[in-house]
Design a protein around this ligand. Structure first.
Ligand code: NDP
Ligand code: HSE
Length: 432
């Protein structure tokens, strides 16, 4: 086996270090699987004098990423961020290198530019690690389900927030403390705002939705609510009503009743998942993607969605694929956006909702709250009341399926009632 392929790794952080470890420790197996040896020709970092894991060969470190890209057959981008990652990936593609990236932020922001460049150059652009870390869900949706019709994708695609919500539910810790623990374990992004505010999950939702519905889904069309507004009381009430709180990415075919338009809806929000649903059992930093299709039915992909080693596994799977193409010829899948469906506004969603209210505990209040629902055409499925302090009652109202617009209007009307002290929370119930 005389052939060698030159591999450049951009970034030697949480993921890059594990990619380099696999490239070096599994070199013989990789060579046998690819049909050529993968030669690590350099590792680009910001600061080559920083302390590194011994797996990273110091003699290959460079701060000149451009020069490194220019001498590679395969470029692995695991530095993250928009620039210089975009410039370096485009440079690699134009130079004829295949690219493997874990960078969901960049793909969600500017995927079409990268796809177009890869098409023009006739090279591979692979990104399995960009969605749900070590779970091979990109390949499943892009290739295995290419002959089916995907109807809905429900995903726990951010390990940090799942870890945080799970800690809050099982150990009663506060959100801030759980976030610090997730950071220490290497799950969180450099700035955990991307995790807790749902930006990371929104980027993954945009990528998954684009693949599932053969439609470009721009990041700014993805509805987004993070977990920072959630309290231990929300977690407790979820449990009391037979649910588990999860930050979900939801992508589905939908119909906007107001405009009559059929399209796709993509959003990220905290949701109440019934405790019997498979997604409710996904604990810690695990990710899971639940896919509903016309022919295959319901599928669930479960695994580690964050952390160096699981993510490196996904990256290396891509490296083997693109390297094989170098050896035997051909290319992997290209962008499929032929369906070009309209992306509907987030408030066109239809779902069941749960409202929690603090109300005055006196005759007629429940009737007023129920009337506000009726006025907006929102049907109530269940009401639960428990006493609070000082003549305040806690109401938990679960609705039948309704539009988010009608629900928001109802919540505003309820909040304006003199007998209502406050609307404590409005959460969607998903996966029922
Ligand atoms: P880290 O912050 O741990 O590492 C980033 C690495 O890139 C560092 O080695 C850094 O150099 C290098 N780097 C950053 N900017 C530059 C630059 N301008 N020039 C040269 N080198 C640079 O990130 P992660 O490993 O956690 O994440 C990498 C990518 O993988 C991101 O896109 C992330 O979203 C994605 N990802 C991460 C997962 C995870 O669990 N961590 C899971 C799935 C995807 P230096 O060391 O000198 O600072
Ligand atoms: N910060 C991300 C998470 C890493 O917590 O899931 C994986 O993309």
């Amino acid at each position: 086996m005389g052939e060698r392929l030159r591999v450049a790794v951009l970034g030697a952080g949480t993921v890059g270090t594990e990619v380099i470890r696999l490239l070096t420790t599994q070199a013989d197996d990789l060579a046998a699987r690819v049909g050529a040896r993968l030669e690590l020709v350099g590792v680009a970092v910001r600061n080559r004098h920083a302390e590194r894991d011994p797996a990273v060969p110091v003699e290959l470190l460079t701060e000149d990423a451009r020069a490194l890209v220019d001498k590679a057959d395969v470029v692995v981008e695991v530095m993250g961020g928009i620039e210089p990652a975009r410039e370096l990936i485009l440079r690699a593609i134009r130079h004829g290198a295949a690219v493997v990236t874990a960078n969901k932020a960049l793909l969600a922001e500017d995927g079409p530019t990268l796809y177009a460049a890869a098409d023009a150059a006739g090279v591979d652009l692979y990104f399995e690690a960009a969605v749900a870390g070590g779970i091979p869900v990109v390949r499943a949706v892009r290739e295995s389900l290419a002959g089916d019709q995907v109807r809905r994708v429900l995903g726990i695609v951010n390990g940090t927030t799942n870890y945080v919500l799970d800690k809050m539910a099982t150990e009663g810790v506060e959100l801030e403390q759980a976030v610090k623990e997730a950071q220490a374990l290497g799950y969180a992004e450099a700035d955990p705002t991307a995790d807790v505010e749902g930006y990371d999950a929104a980027a993954k939702a945009a990528i998954l939705a684009s693949l599932a519905f053969h439609t470009r889904v721009p990041l700014d069309a993805v509805g987004r609510t993070g977990i920072t507004g959630l309290t231990s009381t929300d977690v407790m009430w979820a449990e009391r009503t037979g649910h588990v709180l999860k930050l979900l990415a939801v992508a589905e075919r939908a119909h906007d009743e107001d405009t009559g338009v059929d399209g796709v809806l993509v959003g990220v929000h905290p949701a109440l998942v019934p405790e019997h649903h498979p997604l409710a059992k996904v604990s810690g930093s695990y990710n899971a993607v639940f896919v509903e299709t016309a022919s295959a039915g319901e599928l669930m992909f479960l695994g580690r969605g964050a952390g160096g080693a699981p993510t490196a596994s996904a990256v290396m799977g891509d490296v083997v694929s693109v390297a094989r193409h170098r050896v035997v010829g051909g290319r992997g899948p290209v962008e499929s956006s032929y369906a070009d469906l309209p992306v509907l506004p987030p408030d066109a969603a239809r779902a069941r909702f749960q409202l929690r209210l603090d109300v005055a505990d006196r005759p007629g209040v429940l009737a007023q709250v129920a009337a506000a629902h009726a006025e907006h055409g929102v049907s109530i499925e269940a009401v639960r009341q428990s006493p609070g302090d000082a003549a305040v009652a806690h109401l938990v109202i679960t609705t039948h399926t309704t539009s988010e617009r009608a629900l928001r209007a109802t919540a505003d009307a309820v909040a304006a009632l003199p007998s209502v002290r406050r609307v404590v929370s409005v959460l969607r119930v998903e996966g029922a």
